[in-house]
Design a protein around this ligand. Structure first.
Ligand code: S3P
Length: 171
């Protein structure tokens, strides 16, 4: 039952393009919890877009900022938190997620994700590269780590609304 999770932060993890932000916002409404998007908080703190941070400061600095933002959010009151696809790869962030949240791996077919990310050009890791190939490489490195999430929910193919319902049922 959802009441189990209501007093804990719910962290959504998974590859870019799987719908963490859109689904997270709607799940938060459903649970009457505030919604936060890790990428947006990093952008607000830096006064730049994620792409601009990568370009002007490099990925390492982006990751350091991401870890600070994740710490602040995870140590705060319960929220629904959409993470950037790489956030859980940081061991410290991972430990904080385990300590402070119920984590949900949103999993979908890589082909479905590749089609979605092709519609937008906001992701520096995909710039100028074949999306499916890049996503496959990321999946190989990250799926063993995403698999440490408390819950895994298959959201592939369906609508965002169906994903919200599927996660809600599992909580
Ligand atoms: C990244 C995912 C992005 C963003 C950055 C790096 C990643 O977030 O944090 O471009 O390493 O997978 P989304 O998962 O919200 O696209």
């Amino acid at each position: 039952s959802p009441s189990l999770a209501l007093d804990r932060t719910i962290t959504l993890v998974g590859l870019m393009g799987v719908g963490k932000s859109t689904v997270g916002r709607r799940l938060a409404q459903r649970l009457a919890l505030p919604f936060h998007d890790g990428d947006h908080e990093i952008e607000a703190a830096a006064g730049m877009s994620v792409s601009e941070i990568f370009a002007s400061r490099g990925e390492a600095e982006f990751r350091a900022g991401e870890a600070r933002v994740m710490r602040r959010l995870l140590e705060g009151p319960p929220i629904v938190l959409a993470t950037g696809g790489g956030a859980m790869m940081n061991p410290e962030t991972r430990a904080l997620m385990k300590q402070h949240s119920v984590s949900v791996w949103m999993r979908a077919d890589l082909k479905v994700i590749a089609e979605r990310v092709q519609r937008r050009d906001t992701r520096p890791l995909l710039r100028g590269r074949d999306p499916l190939e890049t996503l496959s490489q990321l999946a190989e490195a990250r799926y063993p780590v995403y698999a440490e999430a408390d819950l895994t929910v298959d959201v592939g193919g369906g609508s965002h609304g169906q994903a919200v319902e599927a996660i809600y049922r599992e909580l």
